[in-house]
Ligand binder design. Structure first.
Ligand code: SF4
Length: 396
């Protein structure tokens, strides 16, 4: 048994995870420790009741009955055996949830505000953008390149990863490139063509080559003139919390994962809107659903921890993550966030936080950084972690 941790000086992280550079899809699943991960990208971020009930049934018949809510507002089935994949795809196709080709699926990387209201133009823009990205001559964007359609009453996707954003403005809409301070102001019927123009510009500037797979890597290369006309408004991310919202009820899923039984039960309450916050919005619900594995109270300590799949579900994981995060959650004060990562890739939270990273020798502690940052303390024995965390919280 280890008895003491090592305080790091300038040592880099010891484990280097494999970066794949693409996200799984339905047609191009990714192998993980528990089988294939099959990602479903609901059109405009919404599942009808029949679709959600159908996915739950497919998860039980072809997967392991567990589903992830992703930070790109998608849903993925876990534990799918390769031999079951063709039948699963047929089932998803019958539900209208499969794109025409793996390329079209990969390009349809769109996060849509869950707070749209009927007639506010959001669904029209999201559907038109999806159609434009499915066209044969659509820009061949890299696997992680994505769009945000944040056109509800308030912008809520500021902290969600996106390379091109369409937002509402006082005079119509704005289209912006991640990493740039200015935006183009456009009319409703120009928003999608402007976003596609920006995507094409990204490719003509060398975007997509190694080291330039995201828009922000191009800054400060000058944007086309029309995208430099108006200053972007200051970022004002809206903290999403479980509870009542105008279109229904927001519920969180513990560590972004729910069972097929829970998905089925939620779907019977109303259509489901996806979010990038490990939450689902149940359209029309007027009270919190009382279902296992859901977070329905904004004060729930599990909202103060994030943890990736970890071992044994992920092939790259060096330890289990969620049991540790669950045990530590009551120690994390309100207003703080603890990230427990199974390796230095940091899938669950690619930004700075108080971070614990599994290594072959124990957990490294990073006081304010992403999982790939140099650790402040190395090889913490699991039983000592809580005593290290408490002074860290009091000092901040
Ligand atoms: S961060 Fe977690 S989920 Fe991502 S590769 Fe590492 S162990 Fe797997």
């Amino acid at each position: 048994m280890r008895t003491a941790a090592t305080v790091a000086t300038t040592m880099p992280p010891v484990n280097t995870p494999h970066i794949k550079g693409w996200c799984p899809g339905a047609l191009r699943p990714m192998l993980s420790g528990d089988g294939l991960v099959v990602r479903v990208r609901p059109q405009a971020g919404r599942l009808t009741q029949a679709q959600a009930i159908g996915i739950a049934a497919l998860s039980n018949s072809h997967g392991n009955g567990l589903l992830d809510l992703t930070s790109r507002a998608n849903l993925q089935l876990r534990g799918v055996a390769p031999a079951s994949h063709p039948a699963l795809i047929q089932g998803l196709r019958d539900l209208g949830l499969v794109d025409g080709s793996p390329k079209a699926e990969a390009r349809r990387n769109i996060v849509v505000t869950p707070f749209w209201t009927p007639g506010d133009g959001t669904l029209q823009i999201a559907n038109a953008l999806a159609q434009a990205l499915a066209a044969l001559d659509a820009p061949a964007l890299p696997g992680k390149f994505g769009f945000a359609v944040d056109t509800g009453p308030l912008a809520v996707l500021e902290s969600t990863s996106a390379d091109i954003r369409i937002e509402r403005s006082a005079r119509g809409y704005t289209v912006s490139a991640d990493g740039y301070a200015n935006v183009a102001e456009v009319a409703a019927d120009e928003a999608v063509s402007a976003a596609i123009e920006l995507a094409r510009w990204f490719l003509t500037q060398g975007g997509g080559r190694p080291g330039r797979s995201r828009m922000a890597a191009l800054a400060p290369q000058a944007l086309p003139a029309r995208f430099q006309t108006v200053a972007a408004r200051p970022a004002a991310p809206l903290p999403a919390q479980p509870g009542a919202v105008p279109p229904g009820w927001l519920v969180g899923a513990e560590f972004g994962q729910l069972t097929a039984a829970t998905l089925d039960a939620l779907a019977r309450l109303g259509p489901l809107r996806m979010t990038p916050w490990h939450m689902l919005l149940v359209e029309g619900a007027t009270q919190a659903p009382d279902l296992a594995g859901l977070i329905t109270h904004p004060g729930d300590p599990l909202l103060r921890v994030v943890a990736c799949t970890g071992a044994p579900g992920c092939l790259q994981a060096l330890a289990a993550t969620r049991p540790l995060a669950r045990a530590l959650a009551p120690h994390v004060p309100a207003g703080h966030l603890l990230h427990v990562s199974g390796c230095s890739k940091g899938c669950a939270h690619p930004r700075a936080a108080l971070t614990l990273v599994a290594t072959p020798a124990g957990f490294d502690l990073i006081r304010n950084g992403a999982a790939s940052a140099s650790p402040d303390v190395q090889a913490l024995p699991t039983e000592s972690i809580a005593s290290y965390l408490l002074p860290t919280f009091h000092a901040s």
